[in-house]
Ligand binder design. Sequence first.
Ligand SMILES: [Zn+2]
Length: 409
Amino acid sequence: MQLRYSYRVYPTPSQQAWLARAFGCARVVFNDGLRARREARAEGLPYLSDAELSKRVTAAKLTPGRAWLCEVSSVVLQQALADLNTAYRNFFASISGKRKGRKVAPPRFRSRRDNRQAIRFTANARFKVLDNGRLRLPKIGDLAVRWSRSLPADPTSVTIVKDAAGRYFASFVVTTTDRPLPGTASQVGIDLGLTHFAVLSDATKVAAPKFLRRAAGKLKRLQQDLSPKAKGSNNPTKALVKVARAHARVADTRRDWQHKLSTKLIRENQAVYVEDLCVVGLGRTRLAMSVHDAGWASCTGMLEYKAARYGRTFGKIDRFAPTSQTCSTCGRLDGPKPQNVRSWTCPCGAIHDRDINAAINVLAQGRWDNSNACGAQVRPAFVPAPREEAGIRPHAACSARSVEGISVL
Ligand SMILES: [Zn+2]
């Protein structure tokens, strides 16, 4: 399985300038390629192949207008084109119906004002983690890295990211081996909700942490600094970075919390089943803020890859299964229950807590689905690794520089 490991990096001012140049070159190559394909299309010419675009970049380097592309690693430019090609492929697969899920928009031009700037180095760019713990990038230099944990194996690529808060990260893709945990008999069904983040079939209720809500007051104050009125007195860019930082902190806390919960659930259970919620649909309702704050999608994503990695079963059950309407004791379908009905009594005599009953039904449905469709599990790729994961191949600098509190992107 391929996992992402992210670390904070601290480039010097001159390295920052070189990184800015590399971000700029990658952006120009991406935008040139996009423009060429759009123009070809407008003129009724065939779609420009990946190889053709690559040839054009090589040719452009020889022209006075684009000669500065030679200042950055050619791998960075190739990878920018690869991003463009992937964006097109996803778009084509989406309109032809080959790709499931949300519709993918056609690629858009990148801007220097984008919240996230990124460049990628693959193994053939010969990036290297040095014995002194620095990350050597061709034509950039040796970057200081805060190794919050060790890499479990040699990385196949590294992406350098600058986020809206002005922070730099190195995000490594590492191929890891699966590490099945000792078997356990326990299985669990999970009902995701707004009153509780999750209710388990064993009657455990996990309270919703509401990170965003809690930070709302601070975010609001920072947001006010951004208003046109305050613009004259304050540096708007500084205020913008402050807002981005506050949001980043909320996101970090939420992700950590989700990692802890998902690891616990996978560790304690042989099989984990959840209801496949229509998060996109709910996100458009007035519950949007709470839905966004809960982050169910990223949590179920973690459950999915951790299950694959640790030899557990993970299943999503159909979102239209009437889990909250069915009596888990006798199986009677008792009709829709409004959200405010928290408990109900079935004619068979069973008294149900709405959410626990739903979780028990999720478990039953998941078991049934699993026994009828074996091997239907999908292995997700490129997922962020949990923070607390132990490495098997520590780097020299890890122990000395290890600092708590670095998030996974
Ligand atoms: Zn009943």
